[in-house]
Design a protein around this ligand. Structure first.
Ligand code: HEC
Ligand code: HEC
Length: 258
């Protein structure tokens, strides 16, 4: 609701022709924080899965302004300030960075940053165009198939990529063929975690449990006894490999620092 009111206020001031500072587009006239643009656009190529937007701000007022936070509109965006809180003296300027991960999203969409400062809130817009490709359409279709049946990934045409390259392999080779295809793809869905950054204690029975049983969402069960295609011997070889490749972290970061 608050965001809506702010947007409404900004739209109104825009429509009513309140002069915008530096001709920088929509800008609440009263706010001394002047941005190089309130809206930035980016057209991604097929191979990109994220983009960093940089917004430059200047304190054009006569008093110090403290930027307390920059809040992204979704978990897909990571915003960084030079420091938090970030005091800007009159005339001082600097950059805010926001990395938007769009992995499985296509089309044109806008993500927002709410800048919370002692001078009031402002909204920055990041508009992204991500091309719809045959690959992205297939990906979406495959994901839907897996949501209704997570074992489908081992069947019919899916097996060409998700099973055949892994047949007869063990250890590292097996990991690359059977696991990295999902877990290390730059285009993977946001629900597929990075195994090198799990931020939790891991141990051999942990690895084994996940491989044997799969997950609640898209991760299939790999054990032959559960409808997968891996033998006990192959699973054990992966346990040994994974326990070394992704050792348990010595420090678990609090959620806020993730
Ligand atoms: C041409 C090879 C290929 C085929 C065929 C294929 N996949 Fe995939 N699959 C991939 C790759 C590569 C990824 C990693 C994400 C990416 O890069 O698209 C992936 C990822 C996935 C994921 C993880 C979610 C995601 O999008 O990141 C699921 C679930 C999945 N595939 C299911 C299926 C199902 C079900 C089928 C059959 C209907 C299938 N795949 C057929 C190559 C393939
Ligand atoms: C079809 C894509 C796909 C493949 C192939 C796949 N995974 Fe996963 N994996 C997922 C998804 C999606 C999740 C998220 C949890 C869920 O599905 O419930 C996940 C979760 C996990 C987790 C749990 C992470 C956590 O949060 O604790 C582990 C461990 C894991 N996978 C290991 C593996 C290993 C090892 C392999 C190879 C034998 C593998 N995965 C193959 C998609 C895949």
């Amino acid at each position: 609701m608050r965001r809506f009111v702010i947007q409404l206020a900004m739209t109104l001031s825009f429509l009513l022709g309140v002069p915008s500072a530096f001709g920088a587009g929509r800008q609440t006239s009263a706010n001394p924080l002047v941005w190089d643009a309130m809206t930035k656009k980016y057209s991604a190529t097929e191979t990109e899965a994220k983009h960093e937007f940089i917004f430059t701000v200047k304190n054009s007022g006569n008093n110090e302004v403290i930027i307390r936070a920059v809040q992204p509109s979704c978990g897909c965006t990571i915003a960084k300030l030079p420091k938090t809180p970030w005091p800007l003296q009159p005339g001082e300027s600097g950059d805010v960075s926001a990395v938007v991960n769009f992995d499985e999203k296509t089309g044109t969409f806008t993500k927002l940053l709410t800048v919370v400062s002692t001078a009031g809130n402002q909204i920055l817009n990041m508009e992204l165009s991500v091309p719809v490709t045959e690959a992205s359409m297939n990906r979406a279709k495959n994901r839907e198939t897996s949501i209704t049946n997570r074992q489908a990934v081992f069947q019919q045409d899916c097996a060409k990529c998700h099973v055949q390259p892994a047949i007869g392999k063990t250890g590292e080779d097996l990991y690359k063929a059977a696991c990295a295809i999902c877990h290390e793809s730059p285009h993977r869905a946001s629900m597929v975690p990075a195994l090198n950054d799990l931020n939790k204690k891991t141990y051999p029975t942990y690895w084994k449990y996940w491989m044997v049983n799969g997950g609640h969402h898209l991760m299939p069960a790999f054990a032959k006894t559960k409808g997968g295609f891996l033998t006990d011997e192959q699973i054990d070889s992966l346990v040994t490999y994974l326990d070394k490749k992704f050792p348990s972290p010595s420090v678990i970061k609090p959620f806020s620092e993730k």
